[in-house]
Unconditional design. Structure first.
Length: 442
């Protein structure tokens, strides 16, 4: 294939979002939509992308600075006046002096576009001077309509505001994704005008110009119109997020994972889950979390950037915060929070525990109400618990502290000193009973 670069259009204000945050930084499934677009583009093999920014450009640049999208290099250009998609692409010409390959143009607010769809689109565009991605919509309000000649070839694209009644009846729409021969693109951009209802320079007008000059134009239709959804409002953001979660749940079920109630299960696209694991209702799994095989997760579990190994049983009402590793065959009951900790093999956290900044060994039994006290108001400290430790109910382990292998902590203790191996630790005041207390209290 020809060498390919990308232009990402991300200068819009997104006024319907009613937000101080630039539209493309709004997250979908816990990741900003611009990151999802750049990730999809990078997976096509494209090594260079120019992002056109406008409103909130400094925030966008700052957010993306230092982030990696495979080997793809990210560059930025400012569109100081938003005068249309054609005008936006004009701003990138200086980046492509001497470049003779293809340029993929897509939008920063279409986070549902899959990398495999973009890759096939680019491949199918190789023999054309320009290509446009299209799809069919039942309700095409607001979208540019694709007008074809009698033989089915491309004729032109008419924006919704400029379309007449018969043109608005057409269901095939412009999905806003293009692939151009770079030299022909910038030549055509010099010939477009802003003589239209919005007074803007439309990028699709370059297609009609190239066609009039005898160049080959391809319309490449995709079947799943959901991929082309642009995000312009909070409602559209919610709709897109729902679709992405549905896709993930279907992918997991097809790969051998049981998802008991997909409508109430929210799993990010990056999450990995092994076969024969069951995900119960009300579960949220975020980020780069990994769940092993033969686990039962749920109900009402919240997992963030954590690793859960094979055979773990967990729930209901458990929160795993970032940096947590749950090793194989661990059992975690209800109302348990674990943060930045490792829980060793076959250990048990039956209910009502907070375990933070802890390195726990294997076969540890943690009693109800146990808390690792990891913060002194200024710094956080770690707790180390060895293998085969028994921790009685309502124990407080004040870090930094180490409980060695086989130690036994009596219920109700506040442990502030290290406990040697196989020792019994009792850390509570001696009980005193006062006679006739009721009479004295009165």
């Amino acid at each position: 294939m020809s060498e390919i670069a990308a232009v990402i259009l991300a200068a819009g204000k997104g006024t319907r979002m009613k937000s101080k945050l630039p539209k493309i930084l709004h997250p979908i499934c816990h990741r900003p939509m611009i990151e999802r677009v750049l990730d999809a583009v990078s997976k096509t093999g494209i090594s260079r992308a120019v992002v056109v920014v406008g409103f909130g450009g400094d925030k966008i640049k700052s957010h993306l600075e230092g982030k990696s999208f495979g080997s793809m290099k990210i560059e930025f250009v400012d569109q100081t006046e938003q005068l249309g998609t054609g005008h936006a692409v004009m701003q990138t010409e200086k980046f492509f002096n001497g470049f003779t390959g293809k340029i993929l143009v897509t939008c920063g607010d279409t986070p549902l576009l899959k990398s495999e769809t973009l890759k096939k689109f680019v491949e199918d565009s190789q023999n054309s001077s320009a290509s446009v991605m299209t799809t069919d919509l039942d309700d095409a309000t607001g979208y540019g309509r694709v007008i074809r000649d009698q033989d089915g070839s491309f004729a032109k694209i008419v924006e919704h505001k400029d379309a007449n009644e018969s043109e608005r009846a057409i269901r095939e729409i412009n999905a806003g994704v293009y692939c151009f021969d770079s030299r022909k693109l910038f030549d055509a951009l010099k010939k477009i005008t802003n003589q239209n209802a919005q007074g803007e320079y439309y990028l699709p007008d370059t297609l009609a110009i190239l066609k009039s000059e005898g160049e080959s134009i391809s319309c490449i239709k995709i079947s799943d119109s959901n991929e082309t959804l642009g995000i312009n409002s909070r409602k559209q953001l919610a709709d897109a997020e729902k679709i992405m979660y549905q896709w993930k749940n279907l992918e997991l079920m097809d790969s051998g994972v049981t998802v008991s109630d997909p409508d109430s299960t929210f799993i990010d696209p990056e999450v990995e889950i092994g076969i024969d694991t069951t995900i119960l209702p009300g579960t949220i799994i975020e980020g780069n979390s990994k769940i092993g095989e033969d686990c039962v997760i749920g109900a009402y579990i919240y997992i963030q950037d954590s690793i859960v190994e094979n055979g773990v049983k967990m729930g209901p009402f458990v929160h795993l915060r970032p940096g947590t590793r749950i090793e194989s065959e661990v059992k975690i009951g209800n109302f348990v929070e674990v943060k930045n900790s490792t829980i060793g093999k076959e250990s048990k956290l039956p209910h009502l525990q907070y375990i933070g900044d802890t390195d726990m060994g294997s076969r540890v039994n943690v009693g109800c109400g146990t808390v690792t006290c990891n913060y002194d108001g200024k710094k956080k400290y770690r707790t180390k618990i060895g293998d085969d430790v028994f921790i009685g109910c309502n124990s407080n382990l004040v870090a930094p502290v180490e409980i060695e292998n086989g130690a036994y902590l009596a219920a109700g203790g506040t442990i502030t000193k290290n406990v040697p191996a196989d020792n019994l630790a009792i850390a509570r005041a001696r009980q005193v009973n006062f006679e006739n207390w009721n009479d004295r209290r009165k």
